[in-house]
Design a protein around this ligand. Sequence first.
Ligand code: G6P
Length: 591
Amino acid sequence: MCGIVGYVGEQHPKEFLIDGLKKLEYRGYDSSGIAIKNSDNIQIIKSTGKISDLEDKVNNENLINSKLGIAHTRWATHGEANETNAHPHKVGRTTLVHNGIIENATDLKNKLVNEGVVFRSETDTEVACAVINNYYNGDPIKAITEAIKTLKGSYAFGILFEDQDKLYAVRKDSPLIVGIGEGENYIASDIAAIIKYTDKYMLLEDDEVVELTKDEVKVYKDGVKIDKEVQTSTMTIEDANKGNYKHFMLKEIMEEPIVLQRTLNKYINDMDKMVDISSYEEIHIVACGSALYAGMIGKCLLEEKANIKCMTECASEYRYKKIIYDRKTLVILVSQSGETADTIAAMRKAHEEGIDTLAIVNVKTSTIAREAKQTLFIEAGPEIAVATTKAYLLQVAMFSLIALKAAHSKGLEDNYNEILKEAKSLPDYLRKVLNDKDTFAGVGKEIKDARDAFYIGRGVDYAMCEEGSLKLKEVSYTHSDAYQAGELKHGTISLIEEGVPVFAIITNDKIKDKTESNVIEVESRQARIYTITNDPSIMNHHFKYVVEKLSDYFQPILIVPPLQLIGYYTALERGLDIDKPRNLAKSVTVE
Ligand code: G6P
């Protein structure tokens, strides 16, 4: 959600800035812009739509000579997606790009308007720019340090001052890294934007101000220069590219066996490394989107297997709700990016109440990874497609291991060693499912014109339905809903008509007959039934796909990839922008 890049060096910044923006496209955006400068001029070019539109505009302009610039992809929050609201914004001698939300922008704007400042856009960013400009008296570090004291909310800023040939940046609760090159230095929202140029980077803590020239990076806290560690990224250029795949989404689904193996290997040979949560009386799993649905699977496992009271809640509700912490409680935060604003707020709320937190995170440098009391890292590597696939799968796998460990510690799991053995074969079982991808491409073809689709299941199967339904709607724009199979007849069954695809997930032996009855109910109303199951004896209505039968702990790992592939292939049939679905952002860094 919003992306920032900045360059200072010996080259014209155009290539780096456009290329960097392309690498950040996956974060979600609806307009973009660049600002380049030299000691006499600053040139700003903006565009709505795709980066390629901005690139065309940039290529058609007479660009000034420059070795310094900033650029931005905007995901509109304050004001519609048009060129006026697009970044960079310029007020007086200050030009900036921003990721985040300035919460007191209205108050600040009123004050500044009274002082005679004229605003062109509807954005909070232009207000922040005016605030910094107001403090600017020839000393950039001082101006930024003072300005951020008056700004409430979240921000990552890339800043240029008219009379400085240096690049400035600062961040709070929004991601920003500093890339260290040779004879050139960079800022970027994440490493994907700079990995082609350097693998060396610095992490900025909240409110650290950085000043970059082509040869030097200086970091200041409260106006005082501090030392920062330079880190080396393990990301490769291949990670940031699609390789032979048409889309990152498919590439990332096909990577699932490898990343699963990498994640499981850390624990299955030495379960002492797995966190033991068996002493907690209550678990709250808090997350957003797919991460929440991974948590719903976790809840089923923790309750069924480890006998621990558990609730799931989306972070945007949890952060504002009255939570009664009357037992020994652990809050588990699940987040691929580790930067989701609501999940961060939920974590901080738990900390304020003195509650323990455990984070399941992919991005090791993220805010949640840094602040949570304990962290389990999934080893997904960079995930570029907006719709999460491999990271979601690993979040589920992490819950399988957490539940297994807790059940074992409580003496509730008699088959502990066999289940660990099963985990070793899991990547191979998964490979077998992915090898059948053409089968799911066939389903995508069949349902491509469907207006609605439904997913039904019970218990843990219902949790998977939620993810299957989300995948279909986010990438193929097909309206879809997930229901507990028994709930359908309390209203929704009125929507079932001839040919409506209904996906039934049936893996739970104890209640499979019940779900089968619900399937027959919708089939008798002419729905087209697609069953995904681990039981070959389940009736085939229109389509049936059977996966290997595994323990309850690991069964979901074989069921979800077909659902991801069905979402992918339906979107492919519809010719959509699969990796960057409309209106969506990979990392939702604002409320
Ligand atoms: C966005 C993404 C989803 C993701 C959710 C939570 O909505 O589009 O794919 O599940 O954020 O993201 P997180 O990084 O916290 O897992």
